[in-house]
Design a protein around this ligand. Structure first.
Ligand SMILES: *[C@@H]1O[C@H](CO)[C@@H](O)[C@H](O)[C@H]1NC(C)=O
Ligand SMILES: *[C@@H]1O[C@H](CO)[C@@H](O)[C@H](O)[C@H]1NC(C)=O
Ligand SMILES: *[C@@H]1O[C@H](CO)[C@@H](O)[C@H](O)[C@H]1NC(C)=O
Ligand SMILES: *[C@@H]1O[C@H](CO)[C@@H](O)[C@H](O)[C@H]1NC(C)=O
Length: 430
């Protein structure tokens, strides 16, 4: 009798091993460690409270594929939720001895709010396809706004700053936190006509920056706010409250089912719905310069997933990927279908490695294949101050999208709706 249970389990493992192998751990950490210019500088950072491992949590990933695999740099962000973070942006390589090499250099990060020519705190970055990385800096350490929020564009070949844009005081509020930049490039390969859509997660706003005209405008709408009913997060059995608004965005590849034009898809972290607004509306500066609360009806709820999710990213075929809080699973939704739990398909479940996916990118590798990269960080432990630095807390995961989708072009798999193990906060809403 006793032996039968493991036998059944091992059969299950064989059945699922095909999908298990699709998602690989690129790198994992118990705590984040850095390259410092010298051992003395490292010791000085520790002594002065500028390197406190338990304060550091990675949030986003971006991949700079070029030349060959050995030179590929995998960027990672570590925002300054508080003090003790030696560098807020860095990279690692598969062969790297040092886990994180500060980018573009240690000096850019070492003033800890004193020098606004440097980088203060970065949540997420974006790649524009022209060998440039766009870095969104909140300007804050904890609640203190040391510098204006800014966008920095780095050339990844020379590692030089090519553009800096500081946001004016009327683009942000006291509670602002600019956490996510999403790019729309109108001239691929040149990248002179680029718009950046920026999520203000706790100022509950959307900011659009237009590179061509070098200006920005701010947009308000009720769908950028958190929903109290979804303000409690339970990850792997541990709960915390977080009233975060607009966090994740994606630009559709084609008109959505009910639309005739491309849109920005977005959601607040404390929410269970996905929303959209036509790009034509948010791209028109005139509208928002006159009234930041204009056109409320252009912002629409497109559907509900019944549960919270963090980051999201879309592939070239219009499949949207995200990770649910429950089940801890990578799921997909084919954006040519309606957004509902029947059409959200479970691709890969892992209760351990998917504990809070805060950053996600679709990256085209050197063979022209799309890959899904993500960072997971056990946010629940960080929020309750119970991170145990002797356990694996942080992971960078990578999966080939073709194999995740079982070599199909469109998202397919078992639907979220049919999964009886899921406890939706509000069953009636799905
Ligand atoms: C922007 O919006 C204004 C006001 O609604 C409208 O008059 C104008 O034609 C729009 N511009 C573009 C380029 O769509
Ligand atoms: C931290 O994790 C290690 C390894 O899993 C374990 O031995 C230790 O008891 C944990 N410490 C606490 C305080 O939970
Ligand atoms: C790109 O991804 C595909 C699919 O996973 C893989 O077969 C191929 O080896 C990758 N190419 C490189 C250069 O990494
Ligand atoms: C999608 O997946 C379901 C079950 O997971 C399967 O029955 C169906 O044939 C698949 N559809 C396509 C088009 O592959």
């Amino acid at each position: 009798m006793y032996l039968k249970i493991p036998l059944t389990l091992s059969i299950l493992l064989i059945l699922t091993s095909n999908t298990e192998a699709n998602v690989q751990i690129f790198k994992q950490w118990q705590q984040m460690d850095y390259y410092f210019p010298s051992p003395a500088i490292r010791q000085q950072a520790i002594n002065s409270g500028n390197y406190v491992p338990e304060n550091i949590i990675p949030i986003d990933v971006s991949v700079d594929y070029r030349g060959n695999l050995d030179t590929t740099r995998v960027f990672i962000t570590m925002p300054r939720f508080t003090t003790g973070v030696p560098a807020s942006l860095g990279y690692t390589k598969s062969s790297s001895t040092y886990s994180i090499i500060p980018y573009p250099s240690y000096d850019w990060h070492s003033s800890h709010g004193k020098n606004c020519e440097g980088i203060t705190s970065v949540f997420r970055v974006a790649y524009d396809g022209c060998n440039q990385m766009w870095v969104l800096d909140t300007g804050k350490i904890g609640d203190i706004q040391y510098c204006q929020p800014q966008l920095l564009i780095f050339n990844l070949i020379t590692d030089k700053l090519v553009k800096r844009y500081r946001f004016n005081r009327n683009m942000y509020v006291d509670t602002s936190l600019f956490v996510t930049p999403i790019l729309d490039v109108a001239d691929p390969g040149r990248c002179t006509k680029v718009k950046a859509y920026i999520a203000d997660v706790t100022g509950f706003g959307l900011v659009v920056y237009d590179l061509e005209y070098n200006k920005a405008w701010r947009i308000n709408n009720k769908l950028l706010y958190p929903y109290p009913n979804y303000g409690k997060f339970t990850i792997a059995g541990e709960s915390f409250d977080l009233m975060d608004g607009l966090l994740a965005m994606t630009i559709t590849k084609a008109p959505l089912r009910q639309d005739t034009e491309r849109s920005l898809l977005f959601h607040a972290l404390a929410s269970a719905t996905e929303n959209s607004v036509p790009l034509r509306i948010i791209n028109n500066a005139t509208i928002w310069e006159n009234d930041a609360n204009a056109m409320p009806d252009e912002f629409k709820v497109i559907g509900t997933r019944g549960i919270q999710t963090g980051a999201q990213a879309m592939d070239k075929n219009g499949n949207l990927f995200f990770v649910l809080l429950n089940p801890l699973a990578i799921v997909c939704w084919d954006s040519s279908t309606s957004y509902k739990t029947d059409n959200i398909k479970i691709l890969y479940r892992n209760d351990e490695t998917l504990q809070f996916a805060s950053g996600m990118k679709v990256v085209t590798n050197l063979s022209g294949e799309e890959e899904l990269w993500l960072v997971t960080n056990r946010l629940q432990k960080y929020m309750s101050g119970s991170t145990n630095l002797s356990e694996t807390n942080f992971r960078i995961l990578v999966a080939s999208i073709r194999s995740l989708l079982n070599f199909k072009d469109k998202c397919n798999g078992s639907s979220l709706r049919n999964d009886q193990t899921i406890v939706f906060p509000d069953r009636n809403s799905i």
